[in-house]
Design a protein around this ligand. Structure first.
Ligand SMILES: *Cc1c(COP(=O)(O)O)cnc(C)c1O
Length: 408
């Protein structure tokens, strides 16, 4: 049955078929159920803080040439204004509600940098579900602040001590635990990835981003944008931003991947540069692979884009030509954070800064009065230490030492 599928599918052990079928059915029911819709909308509005603002970046627009001469007007869709600081909370809340409808008592997740773990732990606490997060022991050491936050939110963080002790090992361990606890646990996947129905389900939850962009822009400008730009890790903020505009052929949809530090395998995480069709973690899509067909190592300054695969719906839109992919380097992303911080008072997450870097490249070439919307998938608080390192701020080292000593 999977043979006909170009992208996506559900390539999982037979043990999971029944669980995925029930999840699919519940998702279809929930879509049509007013009680589900109103509970989800209430959480988005009164817990997460939606709708998120669409910021007119007036000073950046002027600096990039718009308003007076050639150049697009720049708008920023600020998903960083969401509770927990990024778009991720939206699909965690949606999945948490579905888990409860399925009679589950627990959300499980794997996390690399910890952002998905924090969003899942937040949704679980809010909805009264237990939460178990699997994390490579190497990542636990690197991401202490997020581990601490997950624990404060009541989640159990389970260290994974084998393999590279990072994200992919955490995925294996989470899957193993899931198969042993199928009745109680819902596996909360953190992007538009994994076996069906996860890619479609998470895109469905995130598509609120695009609908809000349309409504907010129509109120302000009374027209469609000419381009929407979003960063692409697994693709959830991008698919969420793009989905509503897929039928609007005049709107360019541009996904920006991690160009890292170079084009050699291991130096970036761009599926445009080197992605090939493969099957991994339960779905068929474009993956960065070695000559032997194993998953290749990736690099990005931003943890959220440092992933070898891409959501199957996005891969399909890319290969069909509807979505364009491009990339920004680590250095361009850091520079874009600084640019929009100083001109717009917005400190972007490093992931989102890849989209901002692309805006700096294309806005000046767009016609006068055209509009580009960049999705700011998250705010930069979480990247404090990365920024300090990128700007070679040595005083941070001293600050942390002093801060710690105060407790002794
Ligand atoms: C996780 C994350 C991403 C990448 O995930 P997508 O599924 O590609 O959206 C991007 N930006 C931020 C701020 C994130 O936390």
């Amino acid at each position: 049955m999977n043979k006909e599928i170009k992208y996506g599918g559900a390539y999982v052990p037979e043990m999971l078929w029944d669980t995925l079928r029930k999840l699919t059915e519940e998702f279809e029911r929930a879509k049509k159920d007013e009680a589900f819709q109103s509970e989800f909308q209430d959480l988005l509005r009164n817990f997460s803080g939606r709708p998120t603002p669409l910021i007119f970046a007036a000073r950046a627009t002027a600096d990039l040439g718009g308003l007076t001469g050639q150049g697009a007007k720049v708008y920023l869709k600020n998903e960083g204004a969401n509770h927990t600081g990024a778009h991720k909370i939206t699909h965690c809340l949606g999945q948490g509600l579905l888990a409860k409808r399925l009679g589950k008592s627990m959300l499980i997740a794997e996390t690399g940098a910890g952002q998905h773990g924090v969003a899942t732990a937040t949704a679980a606490a809010k909805l009264g579900l237990e939460c178990v997060v699997f994390m490579g022991s190497h990542d636990i050491k690197r991401q202490r602040p997020n581990v601490f936050l997950m624990e404060r939110l009541g989640a159990k963080v389970v260290p994974v001590e084998y393999g590279s002790k990072t994200l992919k090992d955490a995925v294996n361990e989470a899957l193993k635990f899931w198969m042993e606890h199928l009745d109680e646990a819902h596996y909360c996947i953190g992007s538009v990835l994994g076996p069906a129905p996860y890619p479609e389900m998470n895109r469905y939850f995130q598509s609120v981003i695009g609908r809000e962009i349309r409504a907010e822009l129509s109120e302000r400008e009374n027209k469609l944008p000419d381009a929407i730009v979003a960063c692409v890790g697994g693709g959830s903020n991008a698919m969420g931003s793009f989905y509503d505009f897929i039928p609007e052929k005049s709107v360019r949809l541009i996904g920006v991947e991690a160009g890292g530090v170079g084009k050699k395998m291991g130096e970036h995480a761009s599926r445009k540069i080197a992605g090939e069709l493969g099957i991994f973690q339960g779905y068929k899509s474009l993956f960065l692979q070695t000559d032997e067909g194993q998953i290749a190592p990736t690099h990005s300054i931003s943890a959220g884009l440092d992933y070898p695969g891409v959501g199957p719906e996005l891969a399909e839109l890319y290969t069909s030509g509807r979505v364009e992919l491009t990339y920004a380097t680590d250095a361009e992303a850091v520079s874009a954070v600084d640019y929009f911080a100083k001109l717009e008072g917005v400190i972007s997450a490093l992931e989102s800064a890849h989209a901002l870097a692309e805006v700096r490249k294309i806005a000046p070439k767009m016609p006068k009065n055209s509009i580009v919307v960049a999705t700011l998938s998250g705010r930069g608080d979480k990247d404090l230490f990365n920024f300090a390192r990128a700007f070679k701020d040595e005083s941070f080292r001293e600050f942390l030492k002093d801060e710690y000593n105060r407790y002794e």
